[in-house]
Design a protein around this ligand. Sequence first.
Ligand code: A2P
Length: 276
Amino acid sequence: MTSNTSLPLKKIPDTQTVTAVTHYTDRLFSFRVTRPASLRFRSGEFVMIGLMGDESHETGKQKPLLRAYSIASPSWDEELEFYSIKVPDGPLTSKLQHIKIGDEIILRPKPVGTLVHDALIPGKRLWFFATGTGFAPFASLLREPQTYEDYDEIIITHTCREANELKYGAELIDDLKSNELLNAVIGKNFWQRIKYYPTTTRNQSQKVGRITDLMHSGVVFTDLNVIPLNRDTDRAMICGNLAFNLELKAMLEEYGLVEGANSKPAHYVVEKAFLD
Ligand code: A2P
């Protein structure tokens, strides 16, 4: 269709309403928003979310400030959950950390990402390796029935600077035990197939050290009483800061695992935890 009349091109941002906010530390918080009825996504994917920015001094106009955020809720959830860092001078998170129930956020409903089951070939054990807010996509996948349908054992490692930064993940894993859907679909005691391995690097906790070092030394495998990774049985997903992703990727390649993608499933996939 063509027309000579000029239509207004200004796009109205897609907004969703905040339904819950939980602050964990002065650096971390999670929040939930309404889910657009038309939004379909695969557990582990991310979307662009944000807020309107300040008025530009030059144009007097406001532009949306958007960042990629992993959806932390599973694909079956009626709402969407996100887990975020607070960066004091971060353009978005310095504002986002102040959201309250009833506020509106912008959400572009175009989910994408590689941390999805479709990007892995069948295996027996699934490893989730996270640092910091990189736990978010695994918060989704840990609540996704397919995770337990496809694998016998799920091992989740989470490395943070301080012990209080593990709280979101620890509570979520504990809550899985009473998750009605997973209990009904997968069966009682499904959670016994999960091995959780939290570590901290800058203060005391049950286990101190970077997961990469603990794997190099073999301590992880001894602690968990499991055999080291091998390409025949193990599949893995990595989500953390860039240096961590690169180091772990190199380690997995040493174990013989090959990187997969949506278009070419293989043994492991990796995604950056998106920060300001
Ligand atoms: P460390 O405290 O030794 O730097 P951040 O908050 O900076 O994203 O880091 C989150 C966690 O990831 C920290 O515990 C940090 O340890 C750890 N980390 C950072 N880089 C690496 C890496 N290359 N390999 C393993 N862990 C890392």
